[in-house]
Write a protein that binds this ligand. Structure first.
Ligand SMILES: [Zn+2]
Length: 197
């Protein structure tokens, strides 16, 4: 529709999740009209995110060094381990202020239709962390949808024979939804009211 770089930008933006053709066009023209310093900052952060951000070697949360901020924090309890699908879920739970334990980020959920099985997730790494014997309660905070439930059930079956308490977040979370979209109060209550599985 347009010529050259502006159309390339619209095409690239349009490939991002949740950005339709109209939004892509609006963002592209916003960038075109923006202050050059703002655009330079955006471009540099786009480059930095691929260069500098890596995954924590313990929990697989995003990190800027070998270990993430949460794994490095000695005040966090190693007795409670919360299993989530993605780093954004760590952020959502941290916002509630209800949890002072540690996390394990699976990197997705079991989804047979898309060919994602337990081997594609960091389940093996989870099992080896649990092998240390420090964890007393494993909290399954995968999304309250079909894939999240299947993943929670799968992990619960693996872990329960190890004598570790396994809990799941309480109901009240929007069924079929994404953990990250739950408001802090709902998610905080779901955390407090977690139940054994
Ligand atoms: Zn970590």
């Amino acid at each position: 529709m347009y010529e050259g770089a502006i159309q390339d930008l619209i095409d690239e933006l349009g490939r991002l999740p949740g950005v339709g053709p109209k939004s892509a066009q609006r963002i592209a023209f916003h960038i075109l009209a923006a202050d050059p310093a703002d655009v330079t900052r955006l471009a540099s952060v786009l480059n930095r995110v691929k260069d500098q951000v890596r995954f924590c070697t313990i929990c697989f949360n995003v990190a800027e060094s070998e270990q993430c901020r949460i794994c490095r924090d000695p005040r966090r309890s190693g007795e409670y381990l919360c299993v989530v699908e993605e780093p954004k879920d760590v952020v959502a739970i941290e916002r509630t202020g209800e949890f002072r334990g540690r996390y394990h980020v699976l990197g997705g959920a079991i989804n047979p239709l898309e060919g994602i099985g337990p081997d594609h997730l960091r389940v093996r790494e989870l099992m080896s962390r649990l092998g240390s014997g420090e964890v007393k309660e494993l909290i399954l905070a995968t999304d309250p949808n079909t894939e999240g439930e299947a993943t929670a059930t799968y992990i619960a079956l693996l872990v329960k024979p190890m004598g570790i308490a396994v809990t799941r977040l309480a109901s009240g979370l929007p069924v079929g939804g994404d953990l990250e979209y739950a408001d802090e109060i709902t998610l905080g209550r779901a955390f407090e009211g977690r139940r054994a599985v």
